[in-house]
Write a protein that binds this ligand. Structure first.
Ligand SMILES: Cc1ncc(COP(=O)(O)O)c(C=O)c1O
Length: 250
């Protein structure tokens, strides 16, 4: 099915099929969902997707947990990517960017969910003071300028990639929010045949030219630079990418 004709059938399928045949809703404690898929291929869902899925969760008293480990902490230009979709989750999982590389993860939730008895949960290295201090400094930087930088540089990156897409048939899709941007490589735009080999070759060749990229999904190249990235660095990235793609995908 294709959007928008699908009418977000995937959410209805959970209620009409999954809840009836496999998993009764009263046995479901929580729905865990990434606002924007990371490893799955940097997939941005349609605007109604989270709204509808959240409504379904609320209807059956199921907690809505946003896994913002990749998408959170300013990466998409907002503190949390779920803010782009107008949904307030019950719980948010955070890590990666939260302390700019220092080891830290956090679970953030409504206060009524967090009333646990003492000793219910423990973690040897939890609450490490050095990492927490790095996280506080990171939050200051995000609020002062880096979320804004993610929005502005992300728009420039997406615009550059869309321009490249006009002359390069192998770029099937350009998508993302802020500095969480991906391009999908295809052998054929009509059939959408995945070009995983071109993707892998591009990543290797770009690395040799000084551009560090990472794949996700089967045929997607992701761009997730530091939120401090400059306009010049975006230009260099686009130029190395173009050169490399022309070599890899001919
Ligand atoms: C979306 C997402 N959630 C959770 C995790 C796991 O995070 P951690 O390694 O901090 O437990 C990852 C790791 O890559 C991730 O990408």
């Amino acid at each position: 099915m294709c959007y928008p004709e699908c009418g977000i059938e995937c959410v209805r399928w959970i209620e009409d099929f999954l809840f009836r045949s496999t998993m009764p809703p009263e046995e479901v404690a929580a729905i865990f969902v990434e606002p924007i898929q990371g490893e799955g291929g940097y997939i941005v869902p349609p605007p109604e997707f989270h709204v509808e899925l959240h409504k379904l969760a609320q209807k059956y008293g199921i907690l809505y947990v946003a896994d913002e480990v990749q998408s959170g902490m300013g990466r998409t230009g907002k503190m949390f990517a779920m803010q782009h979709f107008g949904v307030v989750p019950d719980i948010i999982a955070l890590a990666k960017g939260i302390a700019s590389g220092m080891p830290l993860g956090a679970m953030v939730a409504r206060s009524d969910i967090m009333v646990w008895e003492a000793g219910s949960h423990a973690s040897t290295f939890g609450g490490n003071p050095v990492s927490c201090s790095a996280a506080l400094a990171t939050i200051d930087l995000l609020e002062e300028e880096l979320m804004e930088n993610a929005t502005v540089r992300g728009e420039a990156l997406m615009a550059g990639l869309r321009e490249l897409q006009k002359s390069m048939e192998c770029i099937g899709d350009v998508r993302g929010k802020g500095l969480m941007v991906g391009i999908e490589l295809v052998k054929n735009r009509e059939t959408k045949e995945r070009a995983s080999d071109w993707r892998n070759e591009t990543i290797q060749k770009a690395f040799q030219k000084g551009l560090l990229l990472l794949g996700c999904g089967e045929n997607v190249i992701r761009f997730c630079p530091a939120l401090t990235v400059t306009a010049e660095e975006i230009e260099v990235c686009l130029s190395i990418l173009e050169e490399t793609l022309r070599e890899a995908a001919g």
